[in-house]
Every structure is written in C-alpha cells, then in structure tokens.
Ligand binder design. Structure first.
Ligand code: SF4
Length: 280
C-alpha cells in the first residue's frame, strides 16, 4: 500500500478556477520545487515573512499564522514544517475522506489534489488511492499544479484508463503558472510543452496571479508562449492576496482587467468566505 505525506486533508468549497463553488475534498501533499517568495513584494524583492515563523511554536496547521507575502501555503513545502505533515497510507486517507463527506460517500463533491506541487514524486502513489474501493464513486479530480512537472508514462496510462472506465469521469489540470512577481525564474516556471501534455489527459486551464499592470504584461507574454506551443485551454486571471486586506485591494481591478481582455476571472472565495485560514 502506498503512502503520501499529507500536509492537509479537508473539506471545503473550491474557491478558485473552473470548480469555484463546488463542494470539494482537498488533499494537500507535502513538497514543492518553488518558494514563490516574491508574491506581494516590490518587484525584485523576496519575502522572509515565513522564515520568521518558529515552527516549534505550532503543533498543527490550524494554529499556523497566515502570511501576507510569499507563498500562502508555505508550511506545505518548507522542510522546517515537515513534522506537521504525517505520512498517511492510502487506506487512512480514504477513511479520512469518507469521514468528512456529508453522506460518507461521493456524490457531487470533487477531489482537489494540491500542494505544494502535487505532480512531484507523489504521482506514483495516486493510483493506489484512486483505486481504493472507497474512492470508486469519485467522478471529478483537479490537480492544482504549477505546470512544471511532466507526467510519468505510468501515470499517463493510469489517468487514461481511470477516465475511460466511466463516461462521467473528468480530470482537470488547474495550472497556476508562476510569473516573475512570484520571484521564480521565467525559464523554470513557464514551460509550455509540459502544460500542453496535460491537455492530452484532461481539461487544462491556466491561472495567473495578478497584482499590477506589469504582472498582466508578463501574463500576456506567457499566454503567447503557451499558445505558440499549441495550448488550447482557457486562461484565468486571479487577484493576488492570501489575506483579505491584500485581496480586497485588487480583486475588482483584476476582474476589470480580465473583462477588458476577454479572459476569465477567478476569485479566491476562500479569502472573503473563510479568511483563507488553513483547512479552508
Ligand atoms: S508553486 Fe505554489 S505551493 Fe509552491 S511555492 Fe509557489 S505558490 Fe507555494
């Protein structure tokens, strides 16, 4: 039986992208290839807000502080917080999911596999989880990825067969590609060929976090690169803001920008609804 290092497992409303408003189980796995310390910072500067948090003061995710700069899910990849993410068997995860579903079985809920970066090495463990008898009623899965990880041949085959087994099954890749405002390097973050491959296995869309006009200019360059490589999916603009004060400053502007350019707007419903607390 496979095991996954689980940062969080919770039930909430999907706040972003295509499934906004859909009741969803979130499986947040540990580990990421990025740090995204540039979010919310003046261009070229990196946040050390999370670095100032002493992990020894916290026994669980719920009590961790929120940050207004850098990655808002820092504890799901920062090795200093790894003790908060237990290694769980797929049995334990499936049981945990049943406990949180309103009717203890899958109905209209969808599964979000997020991170961190969920397409790192954990690809090898997902088949065990998805084949678990308690997961048989699941119809829709979203992988929330930064779009930098190739899907392994084994997992490609698995996804193809999982979808083929039932006509009402759907796989979505929600690709939050990281623009320079994240602090990550363009050549490492914008990988059009990788994202185009996701389209072979599931409905795939791009989601860009926007704070300024410069971010939008960067997004336009990135969109052109993805289109040139053959990407056909939708594009969403989403406001920056892991805390309400930052989110409220630019959500309307980003919605207007999306409308002006004929792109989709994604809210971050978890911020106004639940203050983006851990576990929401
Ligand atoms: S890719 Fe996502 S999880 Fe990883 S550091 Fe960036 S924002 Fe955080």
């Amino acid at each position: 039986m496979s095991k996954l290092k689980v940062a969080e497992l919770f039930y909430s409303v999907q706040g972003e992208g295509r499934y906004m408003g859909v009741p969803s189980v979130f499986l947040r796995v540990f580990g990421c290839n990025f740090k995204c310390a540039g979010f919310g910072m003046p261009r070229g500067e990196l946040s050390n807000e999370a670095e100032l948090i002493d992990p020894t003061n916290y026994a669980d995710y719920k009590s961790l502080p929120l940050v207004s700069t850098g990655c808002d899910s820092y504890a799901s990849w920062d090795p200093r917080f790894r003790h908060l993410s237990p290694l769980l068997s797929t049995d334990a995860i499936a049981d945990g999911i049943m406990d949180m579903l309103p009717y203890e079985e899958w109905k209209d809920e969808h599964l979000v596999i997020t991170g961190g970066e969920p397409l790192l090495g954990w690809q090898r463990a997902y088949p065990d989880l998805l084949d678990h008898p308690k997961m048989a009623g699941l119809k829709e899965i979203t992988f929330e990825t930064n779009g930098t990880q190739r899907i392994t041949d084994e997992f490609k085959t698995y996804l193809y067969n999982w979808k083929k087994a039932s006509p009402d099954r759907e796989i979505t890749f929600s690709v939050s590609a990281k623009l320079p405002c994240s602090g990550e390097k363009w050549e490492e973050a914008i990988l059009p060929q990788t994202v185009c491959e996701y389209e072979w296995f599931g409905s795939t869309y791009l989601k860009f976090v926007i704070a300024t006009e410069q971010d939008f200019a960067d997004a336009e360059c990135a969109i052109a690169a993805y289109r040139k490589a053959g990407f056909t999916g939708h594009v969403y603009l989403m406001p920056v803001g892991g805390v309400e004060s930052v989110y409220a400053l630019n959500n309307r502007n980003v919605a207007l920008l999306a409308m002006k350019h004929g792109l989709r707007y994604s809210d971050r419903l978890q911020v106004p609804l639940f203050k983006n607390q851990w576990g929401t």
